[in-house]
Design a binder for this molecule. Structure first.
Ligand SMILES: Nc1nc2c(ncn2[C@@H]2O[C@H](COP(=O)(O)OP(=O)(O)OP(=O)(O)O)[C@@H](O)[C@H]2O)c(=O)[nH]1
Length: 355
C-alpha cells in the first residue's frame, strides 16, 4: 500500500556534485507535479535561476543555508501551503545548498506533525571525481552519506571504471544499507524516487485547482512577510560555517577570454563558481550558464527567457578574498575597445558537445 501524505524528499550533496542537474532531470522526465524548495548559498540564488522555467512551482527560500535561514515554522508553513489539496502537488523536493547540514533539515521535516506530508528520504549526490578529496578536507561528509536513503554516484563519465568501483566501495563502507545508483548528468529514473500517483482532486477543494504561479506567488508573499530566524542555535560545526560566497553582477557583457581565465584558474580559496553570463557577441548572444567545480569547467547555453541579458555569478570557497574576487571578475567585463574575435572559443570549448 502506498503511504499517505505528499512525500518531501531532501536532495543534498557537496558543492557542485550535481544536485541541480539531477533535479532538472527529474522535472523534465517525471510526469508528477513536483514542488521545489531551493536553498542556495549566496545572496544571488543561482540555483533558482538554473531551475527557473523547469519546475512546476519553485519557492526560493532565500539566502544562506536552509538550516539557518529558515526556521522550522517557516519551513512547515511553506510545506503545508505547497501541499494543500488545491495545489495538487504530488511530491516536494528540497534542494539543500552544497554545504547544508542534511541532518538538521531532516529533523525539521520529520518534526512536522501533519498527515498531509511525510518525509520522503534523503537523496545524497556524490561527485565521483572529487569525493575522496572532499572527504579528506571535510570528514563530516561521512555523516551525511551515512544518513542517506539513496546514494547517487554522479559524474560517472568523468572517471575510469576501476575508480568508479572504488568510489562505490567507499560509499558502501560508510553506508552499507542505502541503495546506490550510478548516473551521468543526474539521469536518475524518477520511478526510483516517486511512487506512481493517480491524482485525485477532492471535491471540497474549492472552485478550482490553484495554478502553480498563484501558489508560488502566495508563498513568496508569505516569505517576504516574515523571514525566519535561526531556530537551531549553534551551526559552528556545520560545513557552511567555513564557507563564504562572493556575488558579482554586471549589466555589461563579459569578455569570454578573461572570464574563462577566472573559471580555469579560480581565485585563491574558491571551490565553486556558477552563474549565468551574457557575452553579447555576434552569434553568441545566448544565455550562457557556466560552472567550475574543483578544476572542472562546464558551459551550457540556451535562449534567454524573457529576461534582460546580464551576468550573475557566485564564487563559493573558504578564505576567499572578496575584494580580489570582485576585482578579477570586474576586470573580466568586456571593454569596448577590444576586438578579440576568437576569444569566445575559450568558453565554447567547455560546451559538452565541444569534443
Ligand atoms: N561531466 C559531467 N558533468 C556533470 C555531471 N553532473 C553534473 N555535471 C556538471 O557539474 C556542474 C555542477 O552541477 P550542479 O548540478 O550545478 O551541481 P550542484 O550540486 O547543484 O551545485 P551547488 O548547488 O553549487 O552545490 C555543472 O557544470 C554540471 O553540468 C555529470 O554526470 N557529468
Amino acid at each position: 500500500m502506498t503511504p499517505s501524505g505528499v512525500p518531501v524528499i531532501v536532495l543534498a550533496g557537496f558543492l557542485g556534485s550535481g544536485k541541480t542537474t539531477l533535479l532538472n532531470h527529474l522535472l523534465r522526465t517525471s510526469r508528477m507535479r513536483i514542488g521545489v524548495l531551493i536553498n542556495d548559498f549566496g545572496a544571488i540564488n543561482i540555483d533558482a535561476l538554473l531551475i527557473a522555467g523547469q519546475a512546476d512551482g519553485t519557492v526560493n527560500l532565500g539566502n544562506g543555508c536552509i538550516c539557518c535561514s529558515v526556521d522550522a515554522d517557516g519551513l512547515e508553513d511553506t510545506l503545508l501551503r505547497l501541499t494543500r489539496p488545491r495545489a495538487g502537488i504530488d511530491a516536494v523536493v528540497i534542494e539543500a545548498s552544497g554545504i547544508a547540514e542534511p541532518r538538521t533539515l531532516i529533523r525539521m521535516v520529520t518534526a512536522i506533525a501533519d498527515a498531509r506530508i511525510r518525509y520522503g528520504g534523503l537523496v545524497y549526490v556524490v561527485d565521483a571525481v572529487s569525493v575522496s578529496m572532499v572527504r579528506d578536507r571535510h570528514p563530516e561528509i561521512d555523516h551525511h552519506v551515512s544518513v542517506a536513503d539513496l546514494i547517487v554516484v554522479n559524474k560517472a563519465d568523468l572517471v575510469e571504471p576501476p575508480e568508479l568501483e572504488r568510489v562505490g566501495d567507499l560509499v558502501r563502507s560508510v553506508n552499507p544499507t542505502a541503495p546506490r545508483v550510478v548516473t551521468i548528468d543526474g539521469a536518475l529514473d524518477p520511478a526510483v524516487l516517486f511512487d506512481p500517483v493517480e491524482r485525485v482532486i477532492p471535491d471540497d477543494v474549492g472552485p478550482r485547482q490553484l495554478t502553480l504561479d498563484e501558489l508560488v506567488e502566495e508563498i513568496a508573499h508569505d516569505h517576504s512577510a516574515g523571514d525566519g530566524a535561526d531556530s537551531e542555535g549553534d551551526h559552528s560545526g556545520h560545513l557552511h560555517a567555513a564557507y563564504t560566497s562572493v556575488e558579482f553582477t554586471s549589466a555589461e557583457p563579459m569578455d569570454p577570454r578573461a572570464l574563462a581565465a577566472v573559471l580555469e584558474r579560480p581565485p585563491v580559496g574558491s571551490y565553486r563558481i556558477k552563474g549565468v553570463v551574457s557575452f553579447d557577441l555576434p552569434g553568441h548572444r545566448q544565455r550562457y550558464v557556466v560552472h567550475a567545480v574543483g578544476g572542472f569547467v562546464r558551459v551550457d547555453r540556451g535562449p534567454w527567457r524573457g529576461e534582460q541579458p546580464s551576468t550573475a555569478l557566485v564564487v563559493i570557497g573558504t578564505g576567499l578574498d572578496a575584494d580580489d574576487v570582485r576585482r578579477r571578475l570586474s576586470e573580466a567585463v568586456r571593454r569596448t575597445d577590444t576586438t578579440d574575435e576568437h576569444g569566445i572559443l575559450s568558453i565554447t570549448r567547455h560546451l559538452p558537445d565541444a569534443g
